[in-house]
Ligand binder design. Sequence first.
Ligand SMILES: Nc1nc2c([nH]c(=O)n2[C@H]2C[C@H](O)[C@@H](COP(=O)(O)OP(=O)(O)OP(=O)(O)O)O2)c(=O)[nH]1
Length: 132
Amino acid sequence: MTERIVVGAALLEAGRLLAARRSAPADLAGRWELPGGKVEPGEKPEAALARELREELGVDAEVMERVPGVWPLRTPFVLHVWTARLRPGSPAPHPLQDHDDLRWLEAGELWDVDWLDQDVPAVREVARRLTP
Ligand SMILES: Nc1nc2c([nH]c(=O)n2[C@H]2C[C@H](O)[C@@H](COP(=O)(O)OP(=O)(O)OP(=O)(O)O)O2)c(=O)[nH]1
């Protein structure tokens, strides 16, 4: 089966990571994830991620670097993660779509939220970039 890529953002600001709490579907609701979504056919992953961040959070984000790794989600999806930052003048993130809460986490708070199980290895990889 062909893999389908879900792009997730490690949105970073002043050494903090944005975590987003899913509001749907029921089996994922209440758990925390990296904001993002599915790459559409013909779309570049970086463009998909900037689009998802605009739609879901209302932000103007710059997609920076790929965090090495491919993390399996529900078949046929796999998670690819990119670091990102808000462009100057971007609105602050708001949970407009798919989420009902957001938190900026300092390095020491990363494990205070209940990440989706499948996101834990990705967040661990991101954590290496946050820790001084
Ligand atoms: N965005 C995102 N999705 C994740 C993560 N971890 C994880 O298992 N998923 C799952 C949840 C969904 O089944 C799928 C991504 O779907 P989505 O609902 O965010 O995608 P989308 O915005 O493109 O929405 P749609 O096609 O369902 O309308 O991947 C993660 O960290 N970020």
